[in-house]
Design a protein around this ligand. Structure first.
Ligand code: URA
Length: 210
């Protein structure tokens, strides 16, 4: 990908995102919409996967048919909200390996602290797609991507649903080599670190917690 940020403006993505933003959208609807959007974003983020051809037989004759070149993929969910994006992408790419990064914020230092890290082997040979619906301050995404680099990843892309300009700037500064694919770039962060206008707490809305 050549652009650092790809804003997916496809009408289906934008319509579904508007439904997700609405306060009265139920947990079930929210989850289903996130799953659908994740597949549309996955379409964009995998657009340049290398291709090859494979000799196959159709009922009429043999042909050299286009096929993925077997590029190794790893999807990495940044817990917990990343799981909502992950589920949809896995329906589209069921053979992808999956990793998880869990971080919480130390309320004294405000620094992200790792509590879980499990990723597929041979990370350096894989295209790694890290997913988190909300790129807000960027602190946890920047830290999660650093952990992936420390584990050997060299080819990483980041997928989110909503991005704040502050988060994009932070990612660009820390990881200029990691392209971002997002469905929207919102106005700003409020004093509590929420994206405005946003959609509230993505994890709570997805899992029905508070
Ligand atoms: N995380 C969320 O779930 N929502 C925001 O607006 C910001 C971070």
């Amino acid at each position: 990908m050549t652009e650092h940020v790809t804003h997916v403006t496809h009408p289906l993505v934008q319509h579904k995102l508007s439904l997700m933003r609405k306060t009265d959208t139920s947990t079930g609807e929210f989850r289903q919409l996130l799953r659908e959007i994740s597949q549309l974003l996955a379409y964009e983020i995998t657009r340049e996967l290398p291709m090859t051809t494979k000799r196959i037989d159709t009922p009429l004759e043999a042909m050299d048919a286009p096929a993925l070149a077997g590029k190794k993929l790893a999807l990495v969910s940044i817990l917990r909200a990343g799981n909502g994006l992950l589920d949809g992408i896995l329906e589209l790419i069921p053979s992808a390996r999956v990793g998880f990064v869990g971080l919480y914020r130390n309320e004294e230092t405000l620094e992200p602290v790792e509590y879980y890290f499990k990723v597929p082997t041979e990370l350096s040979e894989r295209l790694v797609i890290a997913v988190d619906p909300m790129l807000a301050t960027g602190n946890s995404s920047v830290a999660a991507i650093q952990k992936l680099k420390d584990a050997g990843a060299t080819n990483i892309r980041f997928m989110c649903l909503l991005a704040a300009p502050e988060g994009i700037a932070r990612m660009k500064e820390a990881h200029p080599d990691v392209p971002i694919v997002t469905a929207a770039i919102d106005s700003h962060l409020n004093e509590n670190g929420y994206i405005v206008p946003g959609l509230g707490d993505a994890g709570d809305r997805m899992f029905g917690t508070k």
